[in-house]
Write a protein that binds this ligand. Structure first.
Ligand code: DQA
Length: 145
């Protein structure tokens, strides 16, 4: 099984960014954890991060074209990017899994975070478990493939 783990804007700043909200661990720590879990789960993984909506849309197109499942933390794009939503819809429409993940629980935060424009086109969502949100999402991918 192959999976792309895609991360949106500001997630490269983990560890530096609002540590009270997102914790002290860095993006590199997240990548290491994901890579280790994927060895155990038998998933061939590529972990990426971008602040650029266009790049993220391109990666979702790539997932469709290469028939690769996706674990997606869209970060702030979650709440307003219809372009990303339309690209994510193509992934699930192609019969691939797309698991939306969040480190925090957006419903416990500001009102603008309560809306996800991708939620309705995702296979499912895992939120609120820190790095373990990714672990749970990848476990779901392993269970379903
Ligand atoms: C986030 C939640 C979003 O609301 C926020 O914009 C992020 C991170 C999370 O992982 O908890 O950048 O997606």
């Amino acid at each position: 099984t192959r999976a792309l783990v895609l991360n949106g804007p500001n997630l490269s700043r983990l560890g530096v960014r609002e540590p009270d909200v997102y914790g002290a661990a860095s993006f590199d720590d997240l990548v290491s954890s994901v890579e280790k879990w994927c060895v155990d789960l038998g998933i061939e993984v590529d972990v990426r991060q971008t602040d650029d909506e266009s790049e993220l849309v391109g990666w979702l197109h790539e997932a469709v074209d290469t028939r690769t499942h996706v674990v997606l933390n869209p970060a702030a794009f979650t709440h307003y990017s219809y372009a990303m939503r339309d690209a994510a819809a193509q992934v699930t429409s192609a019969g691939l899994l797309l698991v939306e993940v969040h480190l925090t629980n957006p419903y416990a935060r500001e009102a603008f975070r309560h809306t996800s424009v991708v939620g309705a086109v995702a296979t499912g969502t895992v939120a609120g478990f820190g790095f373990d949100s990714y672990r749970l999402a990848l476990t779901a991918v392993a269970l379903r493939t």
